[in-house]
Design a protein around this ligand. Structure first.
Ligand SMILES: [Zn+2]
Length: 259
């Protein structure tokens, strides 16, 4: 299983059993497979990063406007995971499916689906299963084109240093309980929080996820503008059976090939 950085997106051309992953910002990713475009927790990059090409209009033009089989996932309503203007995408491309956690303030309709944890939904050729979170909303397990993707949303091991020992124990148990049913799943690519605000405990969720669920590729997320934490994480897990992506900027692309 190899990861290479692609400098330019190939226009709609994908081989079977491959995925092109574009990191937008924070927990936002665009996953392209041979027949599908899956967009997770899109928000616009922080202005301080001075990134061009990834505001909502750019993303619509490049990845959505002329495509079928576009799925936009919103794990929960927090503003670092949900930008209400994604609803404009659906208005402009009515074939787009919006799939959101139960707490996202949208009106369900033919192509707009609200999901609770532990639910399943099949839309055309895409299978979606929700898992829990240790904050609001859901996490998503998505199968498309014979590959499987897991996006955590805010499912994280929230080990805040200011918490009491009792609170910390509860956070650990809650996280492990939500992850447990995922261990039986085959996961090609998992997006898991590696949050530098947790200081020296930033790695706990990612390490536990990799050890128990063994995704082929783990992509760190939920680090805002602190890209260095992904390198630290990858260095820490050099002996893991999963490949660990290192992200260095918004717009970075990873090429995944299923083995
Ligand atoms: Zn979050």
């Amino acid at each position: 299983m190899g990861i290479t950085l692609a400098s330019k997106r190939k226009e709609h051309f994908m081989k079977p059993f491959t995925a092109q992953i574009t990191h937008v910002y924070h927990s936002g990713f665009i996953v392209e497979t041979i027949n599908h475009t899956l967009i997770f927790d899109y928000i616009e990059p922080d202005k301080s990063l001075d990134v061009t090409g990834f505001n909502r209009h750019d993303v619509f033009r490049k990845w959505i406007s002329d495509r079928n089989n576009v799925f936009v996932f919103v794990s929960h309503h927090h503003q670092d995971h949900y930008m209400p203007s994604v609803l404009d995408w659906q208005a402009a491309n009515p074939s787009l499916h919006l799939v959101a956690g139960y707490d996202v303030p949208v009106q369900p309709s033919k192509n707009c689906h609200l999901m609770n944890p532990c639910e399943k939904l099949k839309i055309n050729e895409v299978s979606i299963e929700t898992f829990g979170s240790t904050d609001d909303g859901v996490s998503f397990y998505v199968q498309a084109d014979n590959m499987s993707f897991f996006h955590s949303g805010d499912l994280n091991w929230w080990h805040w240093n200011e918490f009491s020992p009792q609170q910390l124990e509860k956070e650990e148990l809650d996280f492990k309980k939500e992850i447990q049913p995922l261990c039986a799943k085959s996961i090609d690519v998992a997006f898991v929080p590696v949050d530098p605000r947790l200081e020296e405990h930033y790695y706990l969720a990612g390490e536990h996820f990799v050890e128990t669920c063994k995704p082929s590729l783990m992509v760190p997320m939920h680090f805002g503008t602190n890209f260095d934490v992904t390198k630290m994480f990858s260095s820490k897990l050099t002996n893991s059976s999963s490949s660990i992506a290192v992200l260095e900027n918004c717009g970075q692309q990873l090429h995944y090939e299923k083995k």
